[in-house]
Design a protein around this ligand. Structure first.
Ligand SMILES: Nc1ncnc2c1ncn2[C@@H]1O[C@H](COP(=O)(O)OP(=O)(O)OP(=O)(O)O)[C@@H](O)[C@H]1O
Ligand SMILES: [Mg+2]
Length: 246
């Protein structure tokens, strides 16, 4: 069985899709089988960030409705030995069957080493439900007070629902803001949040450029971004295992 991670946040626009695609790329680059799943139904972005928007024929809703098989909907990313994208439906859908989404993700978990699920922000029913089955819940936050507060609120809500597998990634960090005391320092953020901070990603326009070009920033060799995502991929997997075993 592989590991299923959902990537979500208390606030929108914190970098969930950016984290998801770069994490998926980092894991796939090590030779792991990775399914990158876009669960932002009606607000999909993963296909664009991976440069696969013209290759999508079927999406997860088609699989759930029985229009196609999982294999027909999984889009291969030929830049990696085994990275597949499962796109989200382009239109919002009411009454998506949570149990079927659940079953789909469990099937993927049985077939891939890692399933990285890009979720919408906020503690919606689908996120709360999937958090139960996930091996880890990655909360992407910025260092801004508003984002930290909502991350904390989200974590508490998930904890109240029984999930304690949350970890935090701080994205879009601007070191000068910390030095100038505009945003809290990392140890202060750590004290404000229950889950561990599993990684820090700096604000860098490279992420915006790469999202528009459809080439994950991770792919450029020899960069600090690549090194950072390698470390994040390695460390948070171990952390989650450790927490589960306590
Ligand atoms: N570390 C970073 N440095 C600079 N820009 C970033 C960084 N991370 C993300 N961005 C940019 O911020 C914007 C929002 O990122 P992204 O789409 O990944 O966020 P999201 O949390 O998935 O948003 P949504 O809530 O809409 O799904 C994008 O333009 C992206 O390129
Ligand atoms: Mg997104």
């Amino acid at each position: 069985m592989g590991r299923l991670y959902i990537v979500t946040s208390g606030k929108g626009g914190t970098g969930k899709t950016t984290v998801s695609v770069n994490l998926a790329a980092a894991l796939a680059d090590k030779g792991a089988g990775v399914a990158a799943v876009d669960m932002c139904i009606g607000f999909r972005n993963m296909d664009l960030f991976l440069g696969k928007e013209n290759d999508i024929v079927y999406d997860s809703s088609d699989v759930i409705r029985g229009v196609c098989s999982i294999d027909q909907a999984l889009v291969r990313d030929e830049r990696f030995s085994d990275l597949r994208l499962l796109a989200a439906a382009p239109e919002h859908e009411d009454g998506v069957s949570l149990s079927r989404i659940h079953a789909l993700l469990l099937t993927l978990k049985g077939r891939f080493d890692y399933v990285i699920v890009d979720m919408p922000s906020g503690a919606g029913k689908m996120t709360a439900d999937l958090a139960e089955t996930a091996d880890g819940v990655i909360l992407v936050s910025t260092a801004d007070l508003a984002s930290i507060r909502n991350t904390d609120a989200f974590d508490r809500r998930l904890k109240a629902l029984g999930s304690e597998k949350q970890i935090v990634l701080i994205n879009r960090l601007v070191p000068e803001f910390m030095n100038e005391r505009i945003v809290p320092r990392l140890r202060e953020i750590n004290a404000m949040l229950r889950p561990d901070i599993a990684g820090v990603i700096q604000e860098d326009r490279v992420f915006q450029v790469s999202a528009n070009l459809g080439v994950p920033a991770y792919m450029k060799k020899g960069t600090y971004i690549r090194k950072n995502f390698d470390a994040i991929a390695a460390s948070f997997c171990i952390d989650i295992e450790r927490k589960k075993n306590i």
